[in-house]
Design a protein around this ligand. Structure first.
Ligand code: NAD
Length: 500
């Protein structure tokens, strides 16, 4: 398999990946394996061990041992930064390989995955700086007899459970930040897209991360994932996935050791377009916001909320844009939307398209599976005449399906945007600064975009309001979330005695 050529071929046989324990790849041995089929090509591409709760226990024990003997947590921020910078180089070196296997497992376009993996290099570089700048606080104003210090310490053993839509990116929005303060990690990728997480293990070890600090168990959610949520020796768990699974995680954490949780859950994100916006920019942005990754994106701009005076004209502009999106083979450099990643997700999206029509929404564009002779693809789809009580307007579809709702006033736009259980992300398109700031202040969302959408990077924290989650990842907060705060009072000189 030559991944440097621009016309990539399918692998001749599925590649066996192991899981990653104590600095080593462990082959499946006599464990069951799952064979992942490319959702775009219907051929087997990877095989991974179905780890058991016993394997999880071994991984947690390795992470705990590494944490307790301070082989990583005891290093200086500068030494940790050096490893994170080497890991960034390692990702750069293996970028094409990661992109190739991730494309095959996920069905997302290769050019897009390369961009995502390139972004992960920046995550490691930025977190390296944070490893050196992480600090606490001091109180020199408590009087001559006492001095106060606030220090940050790593939480300990951190579990990370990731979904299938951005396997490497979501992992790298967490791992370098979690490592920056000295934690150890046990990661569990989605069973559909595990390969790149195991490759990250190899990269980290080559970069000098001590054995046991980063481990990957490959396995199923209801067994290994659930066991992580229940585990008495995992101190914190970062979960990214559906709101439904998030509820199970919260219950399991509460019933076990009250582990600290970070939750990044679903979204039903509004794109608010005012008549005074640059409508050409906005149309392209709205098409990108729902089309990117085939809409299988927690921050997809799935609800177009557009000022009534331009609603028809604008919907036509978006429809023209979306009809030109290139859907097809994700190994083709020109492809913009690849396959739908899982069979279940494919059925869910088609189910919502049928439901939208049953509910009386008007199908403006798409609305069907695309037949390329193999794989599962869905045409970019737009629904008009949508009302806020319809399921397609309320529930996360997680596919390339846009709903259009008009508004007359600014207050109405804000009310429509907030009429959701979710609060993950939102975009506003206007040339009027007052409208932009009012909407940004009043719409409940953890990420906001003004005259753009889906922009991101390592500096700004990410996370949701309402049922979209708890806590923040990335940015300086992405390190602080994985620390415990300790307050220390230090007596200076002779203590005033309590008993005379
Ligand atoms: P999912 O909840 O089915 O699975 C996510 C992960 O949880 C997988 O690794 C899975 O194996 C594991 N899992 C499943 N059941 C579990 C259990 N009982 N206990 C512990 N772990 C379990 O979600 P998905 O289908 O992989 O991903 C799609 C969902 O993820 C969407 O709802 C989307 O909005 C959300 N998502 C959110 C973000 C974000 O940053 N907010 C990012 C990506 C995806």
């Amino acid at each position: 398999m030559d991944t440097s050529s621009t016309t990539l071929s399918l692998p001749e046989a599925p590649r066996d990946f192991g899981f990653f324990l104590n600095g080593q790849v462990i082959a499946a041995g006599d464990r069951d394996v799952f064979e992942r089929h490319s959702p775009a090509h219907d051929v087997p591409v990877t095989r991974l061990p179905k780890c058991t709760p016993d394997d999880l226990d071994r991984a947690v024990a390795a992470a705990r041992a590494a944490f307790v003997d301070r082989r990583w947590s005891g290093l200086s921020g500068a030494d940790r930064a050096a490893v994170l910078l080497k890991a960034a180089d390692g990702i750069r070196t293996r970028l094409d390989e990661i992109a190739y296997w991730e494309t095959l497992e996920s069905g997302k376009p290769i050019s897009q995955v390369r961009g995502e993996v390139g972004g992960c290099v920046g995550m490691f570089e930025y977190a390296a700086g944070l490893a050196r700048s992480l600090h606490g606080d001091s109180f020199n104003n408590l009087g001559d007899g006492i001095f106060g210090v606030v220090t940050r310490e790593p939480v300990g053993v951190v579990g990370i459970i990731t979904p299938w839509n951005f396997p490497f990116l979501i992992l790298c929005e967490r791992v370098p930040y979690v490592l920056a303060s000295g934690n150890s990690i046990v990661a569990k990728p989605s069973e559909f897209t595990s390969a790149s997480s195991v490759i990250l293990g190899e990269i980290l070890t080559e970069a000098g991360l001590p054995d046991g600090v980063f481990n990957v168990v490959t396995g199923l959610g209801p067994t290994v994932g659930q066991a992580m949520a229940e585990h008495m020796d995992i101190d914190m768990l970062s979960f990214t996935g559906s709101t439904r699974t998030g509820r199970a995680i919260v219950a399991a954490a509460g019933a076990s050791n009250f582990k600290k949780l970070g939750l990044e859950l679903g979204g039903k994100n509004p794109q608010i377009v005012f008549a005074d916006a640059d409508l050409e920019d906005a149309a392209d942005g709205v098409a990108f916001g729902i089309g990117f990754n085939g809409g299988q994106c927690c921050v997809s701009g799935a609800r177009l909320i557009v000022e009534a005076s331009v609603a028809d004209q604008f919907a036509k502009m978006v429809s023209d844009k979306m009809s030109k999106i290139v859907v097809g083979d994700p190994l083709d450099e020109a492809t913009q939307i690849g396959a739908i990643t899982t069979d279940a997700q494919n059925s869910t999206i088609l189910g919502y398209i049928a439901k939208g029509q049953d509910e009386g929404a008007e199908l403006v564009l798409g609305g069907a599976a695309l037949d390329f002779g193999r794989g599962q693809f869905i045409a970019p789809t737009i629904f008009g005449n949508v009302t806020s009580n319809m399921a397609i307007a309320r529930e996360e579809i997680f596919g390339p399906v846009l709903t259009v709702m008009p508004f007359d006033t600014l207050d109405e736009a804000i009310a429509l945007a907030n009429d959701s259980n979710y609060g993950l992300a939102a975009s506003v398109w206007t040339k009027n600064i007052d409208k932009a700031l009012t909407v940004t202040r009043q719409v409940q969302a953890g990420r906001f975009w003004v005259n753009t959408t889906l922009a991101g990077g390592p500096e700004l924290p990410i996370g949701g309001f309402k049922q979209s989650g708890w806590g923040r990842e990335a940015g300086a907060m992405g390190v602080e979330e994985y620390t415990q705060v300790k307050s220390t009072h230090i007596e200076i000189g002779k203590r005033t005695h309590w008993i005379g």
